[in-house]
Design a protein around this ligand. Structure first.
Ligand code: ADP
Ligand code: MG
Length: 1061
């Protein structure tokens, strides 16, 4: 409610206690009107809801609304029947106390609609469990069924309830509806037989004719046309635009099914309704003696058939009356009017009892047998105060009922108000209000009240009539302040306004004049014994139940209608007084059923008789507004720095701080025990205005905070998400590592096993290891492959690769060699060929071979002087033309005779071997040996440089025998010689320690080879042999080393050393 306070200018105040001028009815009605025009049909007076009938669907009872009003604070939402229902429901559950919602208002004000919505709201509280759904459906379905039988079109309301209804809904401790019970009050049964113009009988008859399938109608011998039946056509308004009878018949069928009515029961119901319609069409005429005779017996026959009784019996009972007086039984025929009376009495009685049976039957279905604590929430939808132009017995009862309800209302409202002040310790100002107890007493007081007088008149022997009843009242009640009649009025003015057959009561809601006509009959409610008897032995299921045979034997007269009503009202009052009440006060804004039409006069009248102004006064007597400290603090805490944003102390202290801060004057408020009381609405409005201003200010702050909060939350969510992601990622990563480690361990294990078994033949355990080793070796090898042919380094192969290594080695060597060779220039190639030849010739054959291995062969070993001499003398003169010089070297030639050494130059050409003597800068050919003539070349296997060149024997004489020469580099010289001769066969390496040679004249000489010298020497020994003493290989090496070092010291180059050799 507080939430709409700020709109009060346009829409009025949602609670009338906030009206400044609460005493003015005009202000109150203006407020209702303002709201009504804005489609706000509900207004509170404290906890009473005033509802103004909108006469149109405002869309305010949707599922959304049901939701919106659930679990909310009464004052936090706009006024609504749902709000008050929720409030009552919550209180019922919380306090474990029975509650009731009293709905009152005149016919057509919207009571039944309100009660339906209340029931809907309560039924929907259940959780949607199957069992609960069943109960809920039954509770809801009881409505259309009872409306069909108990509602009718009147001139005020197309769907007017013609009975009072109180329904208890049972809730279990969880708050689920588990059952229900209905009490019905005073059905307007006269409607069954008579309707005013413009009105109809109860809906169910029209529904049956319009909606029943043809076979059912045939079975009931009924026609569809309602005008065919006397009981339906008197009001001349069989069809009503706002009602769909056939549709409603469907709804009734559905309700019967939901409420578990058996086929037999349904059949009985339709049979009784058909019988009543036929009964209405039974007419009587007077015979010759003026006694009643049925005009056409067809309808009696149908009727008896449908009720299951003897036709003749029924016929008799309709036209006769049996009276038992002091043991005598007298049967007398009836006059036609009496017969009509008897017929109508039967129709009314049957209908009334069937209605009661229906209620009872529904109650059985709603009955809950579960054990356990239950609380009740009652809904009372009962006829409102009625003032017609002609008011009869029914209006008397209805208005009496309203007097009683008003009493409950005053009693409970005042009491609760007083209780509240007492509870809260606030001083209470007595409010003047009209206590209608005096009127209730006028009607119901024992022996003195109108009902007692009426009963007396009904029961007394003799001719009692309505007139005698009026006279009796006049004599007994003449002095009563609230009773007026023509005879008792002393005031002529008043007298003129009252008819002679009327009495007038001054009700709390206004004066009502009642016509006494029919009072006695209706109170007696007489059904002649004969008819009752027929009804007790029908075959109709329901009739047998509602007309028990025992009833016939009962001696005691049943209570009169008024007394029964009084008693049932007494019961109702007891029920209500023991419950916490909530009120819905319905107001009818106009008589034309028009929406948006607010007839202030009509409303004013209702406001008066509903006692709303009194209600408001009582409510406002002390303080206009009260709220629990917690609620007030919660709403207004932002207005005081001490309580904003939150207050830690007691709510009461917080509220005290607020009122102090807002500078309430001490007269304006009181602090109760649990509530703050504010005397004037003005004070509340000021507070509310301040709140609105503060809200705008706070909104900005809250927005900023909210944004920060939202972003923070988003950030936290993201962070949490990141943590989750990281966690998962880590798990995955760890799993991967684990898998990898496992794999690695496997690999290592396999590797180790492979290693351990590496020397076994390849098998499944070591195959991979072997492969790895091979791979690894190949990789290693590929990186360490020697790049040069002279580099002989080669990685040590594992045992499994030895063979491969060998093959590779060979391949690589070949490759390097090829590469090397291919890269060689031609002259170098020649040099190599010579070296290769030398190897062929000398390797392993001559001890000095290793010594010359690393040295290149040269074309000339002559010193520069000899060299230039060569160029001039030899090349120009000596050399045989066409030859090419291949090699020249200084040498020592040993004579063949005497072995005298002679220094010579040895020159090799492509054609011959020359020995030249260089003397005094001249060259002289001493010897020329054609290469073809050379028979063989002998060298020793030792370290010496001696060469023996065999010449052909025929030349021995001319050439003085074989040539014995010592050259500095024997291997070089011999290789050149063999190379140029192109005959490797000519070289002979001596196998023994001597070499024989041919000397001049064919003599044989011997060259003795001997070891033991530190330096090789060649001399003639004592035996005349040439002795070659050669040094050991190592001596030669050392010597060469020493010479090299010496050469280095003196700065001589290699060539010089070679020459020195
Ligand atoms: N809250 C409402 N919203 C819309 N129409 C309503 C409302 N209350 C009553 N009416 C209309 O007024 C008619 C009479 O209402 P009803 O509840 O039968 O009156 P009552 O029971 O007081 O005699 C309904 O048939 C309906 O057309
Ligand atoms: Mg109603």
């Amino acid at each position: 409610m507080e939430s709409v306070l700020d709109e009060r200018e346009r829409t009025g105040v949602p609670d009338a206690i906030l009206l400044e001028d609460y005493l003015s009815e005009k202000v109150f009605i203006d407020n209702l009107k303002k709201r009504y025009k804005e489609n706000l049909i509900y207004t509170y007076i404290g906890q009473v809801v005033v509802s103004v009938n909108p006469y149109k669907d405002l869309g305010i009872y949707t599922e959304n609304h049901l939701e919106k009003y659930r679990n909310v604070n009464f004052y936090e939402v706009p006024p609504h029947v749902f709000a008050i229902t929720e409030n009552a429901y919550k209180a019922m559950i919380a306090e474990v106390a029975d509650h009731c919602i009293l709905i009152s208002g005149e016919s057509g004000a919207g009571k039944t609609e309100a009660s339906k919505q209340v029931l809907r709201f309560l039924a929907a509280t259940s959780l949607h469990r199957r069992e609960m759904d069943r109960v809920r459906d039954r509770l809801l379905q009881s409505n259309p069924l009872l409306e069909a039988f108990g509602n009718a079109k009147t001139n005020r309301n197309d769907n007017s309830s013609r009975f009072g209804k109180y329904m208890d809904i049972e809730f279990n401790f969880k708050g689920d509806p588990v059952g229900g019970h209905i009490l019905n009050y005073l059905l307007e049964k006269s409607r069954v037989v008579h309707q005013e113009i413009g009105e109809r009988n109860f809906h169910v008859f029209y529904q049956l004719l319009a909606g029943a399938p043809s076979h059912l109608l045939e079975k009931l011998h009924l026609e569809r046309n309602a005008d065919s039946y006397f009981y339906l056509k008197q009001g001349k308004s069989g069809h009503v635009d706002s009602i769909s009878d056939s549709g409603d018949f469907e709804a009734v069928q559905h309700a019967l099914a939901t409420l578990n009515f058996t086929d037999e029961e349904k059949e009985s119901i339709w049979g009784i309704l058909g019988a009543i319609l036929h009964l209405g069409n039974v007419s009587f005429k007077g015979d010759d003696d003026g006694l009643a005779k049925v005009v056409d017996e067809t309808h009696v026959n149908y009727c008896s058939k449908l009720l299951g009784c003897e036709s003749q019996e029924l016929l008799n009972a309709l036209t006769h009356r049996t009276i038992e007086a002091r043991g005598d039984v007298v049967t007398s025929p009836l006059h036609p009017e009496q017969a009509v009376y008897a017929r109508d009495a039967l129709a009314k009685s049957v209908y009334e009892r069937v209605f009661d049976w229906l209620v009872e039957r529904i109650n059985q279905t709603l009955h809950n047998t579960e054990a356990g604590r239950k609380t009740l929430l009652g809904i009372l939808d009962i006829y409102g105060f009625e003032i017609f132009d002609r008011n009869g017995f029914e209006q008397f009862c209805i208005n009496y009922c309203n007097e009683k309800l008003q009493q409950v209302f005053i009693e409970l409202t005042l009491r609760s108000e007083q209780d509240e002040y007492r509870r809260e310790g606030i001083e209470w100002e007595q409010v003047e209000y009209f206590d209608n107890k005096i009127i209730c007493d006028l009607v119901e007081e024992k022996h003195k009240g109108i009902i007692s007088l009426l009963d007396e008149e009904c029961l007394r022997p003799g001719e009692a009539t309505d007139a005698t009843f009026l006279a009796k009242m006049n004599s007994h009640l003449a002095k009563h302040k609230h009773y007026f009649s023509y005879d008792t009025s002393v005031n002529n003015k008043v007298k003129k306004t009252i008819n002679k057959d009327e009495f007038r009561l001054r009700h709390y809601a206004g004066d009502v004049a009642y016509r006494v006509q029919g009072f006695l009959d209706k109170n007696n409610d007489l059904l002649f014994r004969d008819l009752k008897e027929v009804m007790t032995h029908t075959s109709n299921l329901i009739l047998t139940a509602v007309f028990p045979k025992e009833e016939l034997g009962r001696k005691k007269r049943p209570d009169t209608a008024a007394t029964q009503f009084k008693n049932s009202l007494g019961g109702l009052m007891n029920i209500l007084m023991n419950k916490e009440p909530s009120y819905i006060r319905c107001i009818k804004p106009n008589d034309e059923k028009r929406s948006y039409h607010f007839n202030e006069e009509r409303v004013s009248h209702q406001v008066k008789y509903l006692g709303l102004m009194e209600n408001l006064r009582v409510r406002r007597a002390g303080f206009a507004y009260r709220r629990q400290y917690e609620v007030f603090l919660h709403r207004y805490k932002s207005l005081c720095p001490a309580t904003w944003p939150s207050y830690k102390g007691q709510a009461k202290d917080g509220v005290h701080s607020i009122v102090k801060h807002l500078k309430y004057s001490p007269e304006d408020y009181r602090m109760g025990r649990s509530k703050l009381f504010i005397r004037l609405p003005r004070t509340l409005f000021k507070t509310e205005d301040a709140l609105q201003a503060r809200k705008a200010e706070l909104a900005t702050k809250i927005k900023a905070k909210w944004k920060a909060f939202v972003y923070q939350r988003r950030y936290q969510k993201m962070r949490a998400a990141v943590t989750v992601l990281t966690k998962h990622w880590r798990r995955i990563a760890a799993k991967k590592v684990l898998a990898r480690r496992k794999w690695a361990a496997g690999v290592i294990r396999a590797f180790v096993k492979g290693f351990i078994t590496r020397n076994q033949a390849v098998n499944s355990t070591n195959a991979r290891f072997q492969q790895l080793v091979k791979c690894e070796y190949l990789v290693r090898l590929s990186k360490a492959l020697p790049q040069h042919v002279l580099n002989r380094k080669w990685p040590q192969p594992p045992s499994s690769c030895k063979e491969a290594s060998k093959v590779l080695w060979d391949l690589h060597r070949t490759y390097l060699a090829r590469k090397y060779v291919r890269a060689l220039p031609p002259e170098k190639r020649v040099m190599f060929e010579e070296k290769v030849l030398a190897e062929q010739l000398f390797r392993g054959q001559k001890a000095s071979y290793p010594l010359v291995l690393p040295k290149w062969f040269v074309a000339s070993r002559l010193d520069p002087a000899s060299e230039s001499l060569m160029k001039t003398a030899f090349e120009g003169i000596i050399k045989t033309s066409g030859e090419k010089t291949k090699y020249s070297v200084p040498c020592t030639k040993y004579d063949r005779h005497g072995y005298k050494p002679r220094e010579r130059l040895l020159v090799l050409t492509t054609g011959a071997l020359y020995l030249l003597e260089a003397k005094e800068n001249k060259l002289k050919q001493k010897h020329r040996l054609s290469l073809k003539e050379i028979q063989g070349i002998h060298v020793s296997p030792n370290n010496d440089n001696l060469i023996l060149i065999q010449i052909p024997p025929e030349n021995a004489k001319k050439d003085k025998g074989d040539l014995i020469i010592n050259v500095p580099n024997v291997i070089e010289a011999v290789t050149k010689l063999v190379s140029v001769s192109d005959n490797t066969e000519m070289l002979k390496i001596a196998a023994t320690d001597s070499i024989g040679h041919t000397m001049k004249n064919g003599k044989q000489g011997t060259i003795v080879l001997n070891s033991g010298a530190s330096v090789t020497t060649i001399n003639k020994n004592k035996e005349g042999k040439l002795l070659v003493l050669f040094a050991s290989y190592w001596m030669m090496v050392c010597l060469e080393r020493t010479m090299l070092d010496a050469a280095e010291l003196v700065g001589r180059d290699q060539a010089a050393i070679d020459v020195a050799w």
